[in-house]
Design a protein around this ligand. Structure first.
Ligand SMILES: [Zn+2]
Length: 117
């Protein structure tokens, strides 16, 4: 296990969690993911497995359609550090590009067909 730390670009939102080696990420073609182009964690974290700290009022929420998935973003820098997934409501996926020590070009990419959900 290792402690991963991450943040949005302006660091108004920071987070950390413990996990093993991150060897792959998820690229999804749903209507929002394809616009963001982010490589998300293939694993999910329960709310008690991630520590999130944000400056007052910086963490904004975007929802659409069924309103099950919760897409969080920093309203200062616009970066999207994590979301709560539709497939496992209440659980987080992490934007791997927001992590300090992960090279998103060096890990395997899994393609996920979210468009068809
Ligand atoms: Zn920010």
């Amino acid at each position: 296990m290792k402690t991963y730390k991450g943040s949005c670009h302006c660091k108004a939102i920071t987070f950390s969690f413990d996990y093993g080696a991150i060897e792959s990420g998820l690229r999804c073609n749903c209507s929002i993911c394809r616009r963001k182009g982010a490589l998300m964690s293939a694993f999910t974290l329960a709310p008690n497995e991630i520590n999130i700290e944000s400056e007052d009022g910086k963490l904004s929420l975007y929802q659409f359609d069924t309103n099950i998935a919760k897409h969080y973003f920093c309203n200062s820098c616009g970066i999207y550090p994590f979301h709560k997934t539709m497939r496992k409501p209440g659980h987080y996926r992490i934007n791997l590009g927001c992590l300090d020590d992960v090279d998103t070009n060096a890990i395997k990419v899994e393609i996920f067909d979210g468009k068809s959900l």
